[in-house]
Write a protein that binds this ligand. Structure first.
Ligand SMILES: Cc1cc2nc3c(=O)[nH]c(=O)nc-3n(C[C@H](O)[C@H](O)[C@H](O)COP(=O)(O)OP(=O)(O)OC[C@H]3O[C@@H](n4cnc5c(N)ncnc54)[C@H](O)[C@@H]3O)c2cc1C
Length: 480
């Protein structure tokens, strides 16, 4: 007899673990299984720290997979909201499903859970109102929006610890956690979900492996960006309805803390949005890490992407942040993930499988950066495995123009932002699946199949992915 659960969640990122937490808190007697292809949080570690280079961990990258998903190694910046603002500017589109006020309540509720499990009580970005308002005005003059919201910073090492406590809490309270197991396929019959097919993570490349079935009344897809590719396959195969998605392509920018000192001090993270000439594409900064470290992460088919984080205790002298351009394609092209993958693949090849780094001044002079030049550069790269080269060979004209124009605009607000020694690392790409179409209960067109978190395109970030999980549990329990 096959095993049967009330609810199975695919993936163990913040989306599904906060869903499980809420089921416990609401005293539900549901039999719940969470399945994750990566490892338990205490077994996740990234060898790059010791070895100085990415060894492409098999079968899955420890940065992006495992308990708490991309969250465990993330810098753990929880973006809250501005109480004076009547909109939500950061973290995706949850508010389009449940409304702005309810989203704010949910953020308050979720923030308290993070505090309960040991998050730092200090909120960044609330103290220096006048100074922030001055920078905001300056930015406005240059056609840039500076989004001003409080941030709770967990720090990479503390995030690890905090999620370890949540993992224990879930298991102690009867949630079944299955690790190093891939959900290979969904079981759909007559437009209704029946369960999932699983196989061990180590057999990821063995297409002949006979997968095992586990049944469930409801399946929640919470696969994050790591599972975006798989989700596209599932949507095609099972006719799960989607709308055109997007992909964010850009670079990780690294510059001295001294240039970013005001924004770092007053806001911790300055989220800047612009629409530079001539394309008017949306360009934004994301995931700013004062005194942080640039990192790399590996996605399916060994794609190496750049990211960044910062620790609570270990500090560098540099700030890093992503500069991302949103790409929405029009007829007849509708393959944003493939497009992003191709850009990443070309850049990886140029870097011999690694992230490529280039000085801003070299880009404007139309030349590559050489390793010897990097060694003499005033901004010392914090990602030691990055290879000096030329990212303009792989990033398209439109994206590159957007990024360079944006840097020049921000330079008028933050003096030194366009200094020639500042570093651009590529590729930094945020993959979102084609957006899964869901109703107000987060249910897809397949009865009993739901989608939450970053993977299906609803959220972008830790706080909102966590909130989507809480709301998912409430929707299933009819406690909206
Ligand atoms: C280095 C880094 C730094 C970041 N810093 C921040 C930050 O400071 N602030 C912030 O707000 N956000 C940050 N993010 C983003 C944040 O981590 C994500 O937005 C968030 O984790 C999304 O949650 P999720 O539950 O949707 O998915 P994820 O956390 O991505 O989890 C999805 C999980 O599903 C698993 N999975 C996928 N497919 C399958 C399958 N078929 N079978 C089994 N398991 C599967 C994956 O292994 C993964 O563990 C960062 C991300 C990274 C990588």
């Amino acid at each position: 007899m096959k095993e049967k659960y009330d609810i199975i969640a695919v993936g163990m990122g913040p989306g599904s673990i906060f869903m499980a937490y809420e089921f416990i808190k609401k005293n539900s007697d549901k039999k719940i299984l969470l399945i994750e292809q990566g490892k338990r949080v205490e077994n996740r570690n990234c060898p790059i720290e010791k070895l100085g280079k990415c060894v492409k961990c098999k079968p899955f990258c420890n940065i992006t997979s495992g308990f708490s998903g991309a969250g465990a190694f993330s810098d753990g910046k929880l973006s809250l909201y501005n109480p004076d603002d009547d909109d939500i500017h950061v973290g995706g589109e949850l508010h389009n499903y449940i409304g702005v006020e309810k989203t704010k309540d949910l953020i308050d509720y979720t923030d308290k859970i993070y505090l309960e499990f040991g998050a730092d009580k200090k909120l960044e970005g609330t103290e220096f109102r006048e100074e922030v308002s001055r920078i905001k005005k300056k930015a406005k003059k240059e056609g840039l929006d500076l989004i001003d919201i409080p941030i709770r910073h967990l720090g990479t090492e503390k995030a690890h610890e905090l999620y370890g406590k949540i993992e224990k809490f879930l298991e102690d309270n009867g949630i079944t956690l299955m690790f190093e197991t891939i959900v290979d396929d969904l079981i759909v019959e007559n437009g209704r979900i029946k369960g999932v097919k699983i196989k061990p993570a180590k057999s990821v490349d063995d297409s002949n492996y006979k997968s095992e079935e586990i049944l469930a009344d409801k399946v929640v897809l919470a696969v994050g960006r790591k599972g975006a590719n798989w989700l596209v396959e599932m949507c095609d195969k099972h006719e799960i309805k989607t709308s055109a998605g997007s992909v964010d392509i850009g670079i990780r920018y690294e510059l001295p803390d001294s240039i970013m000192k005001d924004i770092n001090k007053y806001m911790y993270e300055g989220k800047i949005i612009g629409r530079p000439w001539p394309f008017n594409d949306k360009v934004r900064t994301f995931c700013q890490n004062p005194s942080g470290f640039v990192s790399s992460e590996v996605y399916d088919h060994n794609l190496t992407l750049v990211n960044g984080h910062s620790y609570k205790d270990r500090k560098s002298n540099n700030t890093n942040l992503a500069i991302l351009v949103s790409h929405n394609f029009t007829y007849p092209f509708n393959k944003p993930i493939d497009y992003g993958r191709n850009v990443a693949k070309n850049l990886n090849e140029l870097g011999n499988g690694n992230v490529v780094v280039q000085r801003l001044g070299d880009i404007t002079r139309g030349k590559r950066t050489w390793q010897e030049e990097l060694e003499r550069n005033s901004v010392v790269p914090t990602l030691k495995s990055a290879v000096a080269g030329d990212i303009t060979f792989a990033i398209g004209y439109r994206t590159m123009t957007d990024i360079l124009q944006f840097i020049r605009q921000v330079d008028k607000v933050v003096e030194g932002f366009a200094n020639p020694d500042n570093l651009l690392y590529g590729p930094e790409i945020k993959f979102y699946s084609n957006k899964v179409i869901i109703d107000e209960d987060f249910e897809t067109n397949i009865k009993g199949l739901y989608s939450i978190g970053d993977g299906g395109g609803m959220t972008r970030g830790l706080m909102m992915a966590s909130c989507s999980g809480i709301q998912m549990a409430r929707n299933i329990l009819g406690m909206k």
